[in-house]
Design a protein around this ligand. Structure first.
Ligand code: SF4
Length: 250
């Protein structure tokens, strides 16, 4: 009989209390990033540009060097780190509000410049840490604390499809959208995260992954119901898939 012992990835700290709410997909996403860093053997050479919101606490859990650039500046900070230390592997871990609202200019221009970095963006259609306000990816009709009658086009406009926009930038080497609603999709998410690091290691340009994720606390749902919402509502608008992969084209 083969006995398999469950172990934490070396790129995760085991002696800290995680601050994510119970049932939140952030924990799964951070673990996938840590597993990928382990498997690529880059832990000692990797730097995280941390962001703001629930994502920011990642620097407490992930066992790599980290700097913080709150309120949308993570992609600019990552650019500076990478240009100063081109041999380092540099990545951001951001929420949709941070990446596509506060930091939309930083994110788009990093993609247009083809910065050789990796960006992970958690899309849960709301601002989690600050209380569930309307964000750039809030779905039409979605009730939030700042859209109490639901998002409507007339007043709030349309949600942004981040992975598609990033893929359109000529400097982007890889852009994908994945989901964490099932074991199969978690495996696909890990493959996409790995590819987003690999394109950086091969100096191809920006590697980007948008991860559809739950916020059970602000959605006021059980984790199970939250995953149903990801499947039945979010994935209908934000279609999972690989939108660009220059390494598969060569
Ligand atoms: S507020 Fe939402 S996104 Fe933030 S940790 Fe809690 S469940 Fe996750």
């Amino acid at each position: 009989m083969v006995t398999q012992v469950f172990e934490l990835p070396k790129s995760l700290k085991g002696d800290v209390k995680y601050s994510f709410c119970p049932g939140c997909d952030h924990g799964v996403a951070v673990r996938l990033v840590a597993e990928v860093i382990d498997e690529l053997g880059i832990r000692e050479n990797t730097i995280l540009a941390a962001a703001i919101g629930c994502s920011v606490t990642t620097y407490d859990f992930i066992n790599v060097d980290a700097l913080e650039a709150p309120h949308g500046r993570a992609m600019a900070e990552a650019t500076g780190i990478k240009r100063a230390c081109p041999d380092k592997i540099v990545f951001t871990y951001q929420g949709d509000g941070d990446f596509a609202s506060l930091g939309l200019a930083e994110s788009m221009h990093a993609a247009l410049r083809g910065e050789n970095i990796t960006a992970i963006c958690i899309n849960n259609t709301t601002y989690g840490m600050t209380g569930g306000q309307l964000g750039p990816t809030t779905l039409l009709g979605q009730v939030t604390t700042t859209s109490p009658t639901g998002r409507n086009v007339e007043y709030y406009g349309y949600p942004i499809k981040i992975a598609e926009h990033i893929a359109l930038c000529d400097g982007t080497a890889f852009s994908a959208r994945v989901s964490l609603d099932s074991v199969t999709n978690i495996k696909k998410a890990k493959q996409a995260i790995k590819r987003a690091f690999e394109v950086q290691m091969h100096k191809q340009g920006l590697g980007f992954v948008e991860i559809l994720s739950t916020c059970p606390t602000n959605w006021k749902m059980s984790p199970d119901k939250a995953h149903d919402r990801v499947r039945n509502e979010m994935m209908q608008v934000f279609k999972p898939g690989i939108y660009k992969d220059v390494m598969s084209e060569t």
